[in-house]
Ligand binder design. Structure first.
Ligand code: FEO
Length: 169
């Protein structure tokens, strides 16, 4: 495997585990606010992020590459309003999309088509994650001020159930 592609994928393992950590912190915030549905949604999201990391970990191993696990940064966003974590989440997903695109670009340059094919799943997943974040912000801005609507939104987010990723290596 091209050295730069392998290095970027290895770094991305760390970024995905950081994403899990960030979302767990968001779930922690909502739990303290009594919004267990929001907390559930972000706990499920944290599990998905761990899956993303593990897919990259396994992909590198399957391709005879060295995996190096680095320190995971502390999530230090400060949330004041109920919509703040959702905005932090969207900004973070947009950042992750840019990272995936950078790896894709490097793989394409190296004519590493196995990796571009592997990353296709992540490109699509990023589109879904950004849309989920945007939808949550829109709903929160429309209904979040009204206690009854907030209760319903919380109930809706509480129904999210974890499912393992559809990508099989
Ligand atoms: Fe692993 Fe939220 O992208």
């Amino acid at each position: 495997m091209n050295e730069k592609v392998a290095m970027l994928l290895n770094e991305q393992i760390n970024k995905e585990f950081y994403s899990a950590y960030l979302y767990l912190d968001i779930a922690n915030f909502y739990t303290k606010k009594g919004l267990d549905g929001f907390a559930n949604w972000y706990e499920v999201q944290a599990k998905e992020e761990q899956d993303h990391a593990m897919l990259m970990y396994r992909y590198l191993q399957n391709n005879d590459q060295q995996v190096t696990l680095e320190t995971i940064a502390k999530p230090d966003a400060v949330f004041e309003t109920l919509v703040d974590p959702l905005k932090v989440g969207l900004a973070h997903e947009r950042y992750v999309t840019s990272l995936i695109n950078t790896i894709y670009d490097a793989a394409q340059e190296a004519k590493d088509f196995r990796t571009t094919q592997f990353l296709d799943w992540f490109v699509k997943e990023q589109g879904e994650e950004e849309k989920n974040s945007m939808d949550q912000i829109t709903k929160m801005e429309l209904f979040g001020e009204d206690a009854r609507s907030l209760y319903m939104l919380n109930s809706e987010l509480g129904t999210r159930v974890y499912t393992a990723p559809s990508l099989v290596l």
